[in-house]
Design a binder for this molecule. Sequence first.
Ligand code: NAI
Ligand code: A1CAB
Length: 309
Amino acid sequence: MLKLMKRPHLILSCRTFYVTPKNNCEDEPIERLSCVEEKIGFIGDGNMAKAIFKGIVNKCLIQPNQVNVSSPYIKNLDVWKEMGACVSTDNAEIMEISDVVFLAVKPHILPEAIKNIEKSPHAANIKNKLFLSILAGYKISKLEKMLSCFEGARVVRLMPNTPMMVGAGCTAFCPGHGVTEHDLMIVRAILEATGICHRVPENIINAVGALSGGGPAFVYLMIEALSDGGVRMGMHRAMASKFAAQTVMGAAKMVLETNKHTGQLKDEVCSAGGTTIAGMHELERGRVRGSIMNAVEASAKRADQLGGQ
Ligand SMILES: NC(=O)C1=CN([C@@H]2O[C@H](COP(=O)(O)OP(=O)(O)OC[C@H]3O[C@@H](n4cnc5c(N)ncnc54)[C@H](O)[C@@H]3O)[C@@H](O)[C@H]2O)C=CC1
Ligand SMILES: O=C(O)[C@@H]1CCC=N1
């Protein structure tokens, strides 16, 4: 027992051992960029592209006019113009005028999105670009092969999430061949301005995508269910939703800031014979833990399929 207590990642509480998990993140460098001068392009103008754009512009890491966006749907681009970005329906043009290019289309769209670029008049100038892929499932080796027609192309694979928009994102990244220290500084500057980030080995990116990439959707469902429960028991919807969201945020902050194990924090809420343990019993009866684990497993497996691995 004493031997165990001496180890810093073990905390003892009554009969339960709380083990602080070790991570599988790679080392972080120290140097940080406070602003990015490169032109940033987005191939794809959807939810994730908007979240990244708003996140980095809100933090003044870049100016909106440093951003170039392409989509085949001209009407969708109006909102980007209003936000101050340069727009085009031509992916090749956006690649040409950007230094850093986010690949931000749906995975099944990527081959079509880059299909004819090689033959375009812009192709000759698509050189030495840093491509940041946010596509679920796509392996770096596959992306590097697809982009090998562009001289000096480097690829970093990212798995971000939409809370980047409000500075609370969570992104894992993994660099491909030829990625430079400066490239990594740009990546970190973008990701740290919009939340937290960790460099990881590629073999866990699909797990990250399942947990934190899609995780916000799982949590929204939980917030909605908490709110429904409050309404069921007599609260008004607006207050129930606000309290549910604040409670999830508060619990998350407790996990992040107290450094206590989630089991210990849970025990601190559950009074003996009290109200919370009665609710916990229902959750365990409903196999909520197993269901959430299954959801993460199913998402990760789906990412493997999407990447055609
Ligand atoms: N939405 C999320 O929470 C996350 C998404 N991702 C990844 O981000 C990527 C984009 O996802 P979303 O933004 O959610 O999708 P989305 O559907 O909102 O955006 C994709 C955009 O691509 C545009 N597009 C379609 N065909 C195109 C083409 N040929 N050339 C250029 N643009 C084209 C569409 O107009 C659309 O707005 C996906 O690969 C997804 O796996 C990764 C992490 C989180
Ligand atoms: O649902 C998806 O496929 C994307 C990837 C992670 C979050 N959204």
